[in-house]
Design a protein around this ligand. Sequence first.
Ligand SMILES: Cc1cc2nc3c(=O)[nH]c(=O)nc-3n(C[C@H](O)[C@H](O)[C@H](O)COP(=O)(O)OP(=O)(O)OC[C@H]3O[C@@H](n4cnc5c(N)ncnc54)[C@H](O)[C@@H]3O)c2cc1C
Length: 353
Amino acid sequence: MTKEKTEVLIVGYGLAGSLLAHRLEEAGMDFRVVSDSTQPGASEVAGGLINPLMFRKLRAARGVAQVWPLLNEAYGRLEALYRLQFLHWKDSVKLLNEQELLEWERGRSKDFGVFLGELKADGKLPGLRSSAGWGRYSGSGYLDVAPWLEVSGARLRSKNWLIDAKVEPQDLSRKNNNWLWKGGHLKARKIVFCEGAAVRSNPWLQGVPWTPNKGELLEFVAPGLAEDFIWRDELFVLPLGENRFRAGATYKRETLDAVPSVTGRQWLEERLRTMLTVGFEVVEHRAGVRPAVRDRMPVVGALPGQEEVYVLNGMGSRGVFWAPYCADLLVRSWNKGEICIPKSMQVQRFFRG
Ligand SMILES: Cc1cc2nc3c(=O)[nH]c(=O)nc-3n(C[C@H](O)[C@H](O)[C@H](O)COP(=O)(O)OP(=O)(O)OC[C@H]3O[C@@H](n4cnc5c(N)ncnc54)[C@H](O)[C@@H]3O)c2cc1C
């Protein structure tokens, strides 16, 4: 291995690491990513959905006002670079009970009302269970996450900017204001940990109350189920074309492995049978661990008491939404020499005395 010097060493190539790498490239900053391809992260299995609403009590999802308007531009720049479409906007339809129908009607006058469309009582939808009604909303869509990682990863590898390896803490040392990996094979001014749920074994980040959770999803074929919308009930059902759909997801704190489980599949299939009136055949079952923290906000910025150690993590179940925004915040905080990361996202919030 030759000795290399770079500005930023990124550890981990999931949504967070990949969006940060591309933001650095756009900003003209040199970087290398080291990622352990033998340990697939959450991004490889993600549903890829963007959803501007929260349903339990109907409201806008956190960060929608700041982040949602930037998504088109952020992903659009990457689509232009790769000449491929990764982001797809698609309206959603949520099945509603009587109470929810009233809430959705009232929601029209709220800040998230711009997303709310047609609302129908007693409306039957082909292939879906009957409900008191349904509501259509905009602002939703999905990112082709696995294809994005594959295509962008291949380009970065071809430039020797992405290295397949695991970064072990004992292989990192500090000398003359630089971080050295493996005794200096790679020398970097800054190190950014984008390790997803594997962050739990990172000795620098033990002070953060990580609350990772396991998720499972299915892909299935269901001729007869309409593909016009993303369907929302207890599960999301995302049409992928040619009668293929993706549905999820489970949330479990107890087991934190990335192994598809029999109970997870049963749970998902039962809910699908309740939601759909058409038959379906499962063709894929995937699992992963979402990186999250107690307050369910991203974890971004400089680690207190450490020189040039940063983190970009904690995207929870909303990596597609948060990653481009948070990567941009981090790069801007370096370039402008000022802290522009909101307090609610700063990693420092867990280290106050
Ligand atoms: C079932 C499921 C469904 C989901 N659905 C959605 C959805 O619909 N929409 C949405 O926005 N989000 C969804 N998510 C959440 C989303 O997947 C995560 O928010 C996002 O992928 C986190 O990205 P990340 O880059 O932080 O972590 P990861 O994707 O986990 O990437 C971390 C990477 O770092 C590497 N790594 C870790 N430690 C080291 C080390 N020491 N050295 C080298 N490399 C290392 C890992 O191998 C991995 O490649 C879902 C998650 C799951 C599990």
